[in-house]
Design a protein around this ligand. Structure first.
Ligand code: ACO
Length: 372
């Protein structure tokens, strides 16, 4: 008879660093080479694709229907209209909440009984809810979706109530694709854990959103702009960054658990941002802050390369296309919903209940006479 090793006597890997907890056909992050591969394609190749085409790639083989990017575009358009209808009675009651809390509550209103495939409704709903939440906070009424527009174009149209400019649509499409999937990041892991209990797609992706909103994950881009605002002038860049590091603060938009070289998503987004009008000089200023921050981080941690991550250029891009900064995490969720849904579908098809062990380090039980 084989006896299982006593797992609870093993040291715990507290951040699960280097633990392989799932097999996936969806994406691979190579932290040494600085590469992100999504279903056999380097991110650099995908960054020119429309979001709908990346959804086709991520969802391929995960559902009984074979959907082309065009089918997905039409289905998303119809599902945005449905999400808008579902949202209406709930929206006024969400005034005053942080946008990500309002998004979480609205996602909970999506019915498990929906006739649309849940992965399509989940992806369609996030831009509808995000735009309406942002408009309500600004004292404006929500704008109905236009099912004939592409997903990124309709997102901007619902946000701004005007015909979206082509360069901004392109930049937003590139953003949604760039953040669509990224291995077993914290929010995707959370979604897979929930999916492994067979709780269903909406519950799983709401769990993903709850993990995303933390400042160590998808909550960082708003604070990147706060940092740029506080620094304010070129003369203050170095002293401000030195003081923050001396206080032991982390610079938002830098560092990553997996990447030991530059996050490839940062370069794709930097390229996308450079196509937008920088009338205010914000992007040029941010680039100076980035250079100074990298030099100081290198001095502070010569043995732990800390590089620019996706959130730094996310902040600049989302500001330039017109999102208010407290919506940034919701816009991230609009892109990452592609990956969450694909991982949930994959987990539901192939996965086993995810149930790791913990190592007990509390008081010994009295009636075991301290013999733990
Ligand atoms: N600024 C300053 N110091 C940093 C930073 C930073 N941005 N990131 C890491 N460090 C320091 C840590 O304090 C730690 O120092 P110590 O050894 O003296 O305690 C050392 O570098 C090593 O840190 P790691 O263990 O490699 O960091 P970890 O993997 O735990 O964290 C994280 C990664 C959370 C992204 C971190 O770099 C961070 O907090 N960055 C700022 C927030 C941010 O930009 N988040 C977005 C991440 S991208 C995404 O999730 C989409």
């Amino acid at each position: 008879m084989s006896v299982k090793p006593n797992l609870i006597s093993q040291p715990a890997s507290l951040g699960l660093d280097d633990v392989v907890a799932a097999e996936t056909m969806l994406s691979h992050v190579d932290g040494q080479a600085g590469e992100l591969i999504i279903r056999g394609h380097h991110l650099g190749e995908l960054s020119d694709w429309p979001f709908e085409q990346v959804l086709e790639l991520l969802w391929a083989g995960q559902t009984p229907d074979v959907l082309t990017a065009q089918d997905i575009g039409s289905a998303l358009g119809e599902a945005r209209v449905k999400a808008f209808r579902i949202m209406q009675p709930f929206l006024p009651g969400l005034r005053g909440l942080a946008p990500v809390e309002a998004l979480r509550l609205l996602l909970s209103a999506l019915p498990d009984s929906a006739r649309e495939p849940h992965h399509i409704l989940a992806v369609a709903a996030v831009p509808v809810f995000t735009a309406a939440i942002a408009r309500q906070a600004a004292g404006l009424i929500p704008v109905a979706p236009n099912a004939t527009l592409g997903h990124a174009a309709d997102f901007l149209s619902m946000l701004r109530n005007e015909e979206p400019q082509a360069d901004k649509v392109k930049a937003l499409d590139t953003y949604l694709v760039t953040v669509s999937d990224h291995g077993l990041n914290a929010s995707t892991f959370a979604a897979r854990v929930i999916a492994s209990t067979k709780a269903g797609l909406f519950s799983s992706v709401i769990g993903g959103l709850c993990a995303l909103k933390g400042p160590l994950h998808g909550g960082a881009p708003g604070p990147v702009l706060d940092m740029l605002d506080e620094i304010a002038t070129p003369a203050r860049i170095e002293p401000w960054l030195e003081d923050a590091l001396a206080r032991g603060e982390r610079l938002m938009g830098f560092g990553h658990r997996i990447y030991r070289v530059r996050d490839p998503r940062a370069d794709v987004l930097k390229g996308a941002v450079s196509t937008l009008n920088d009338g205010s000089g914000r992007i040029a200023f941010a680039s100076k802050v980035e250079t100074a921050a990298l030099a100081l981080l290198q001095q502070k941690k010569p043995l732990r390369p800390l590089q620019t991550n996706v959130e730094f250029y996310t902040a600049l891009l989302l500001e330039a296309v017109g999102f208010p900064r407290d919506s940034f995490t919701n816009v991230f969720a609009a892109g990452r919903m592609a990956g969450w849904t694909a991982h949930v579908l994959e987990q539901e098809q192939t996965g086993r209940l995810i149930r790791p062990q913990s190592r007990y380090v509390g008081s010994p039980c009295a009636n075991l006479s301290g013999s733990l």
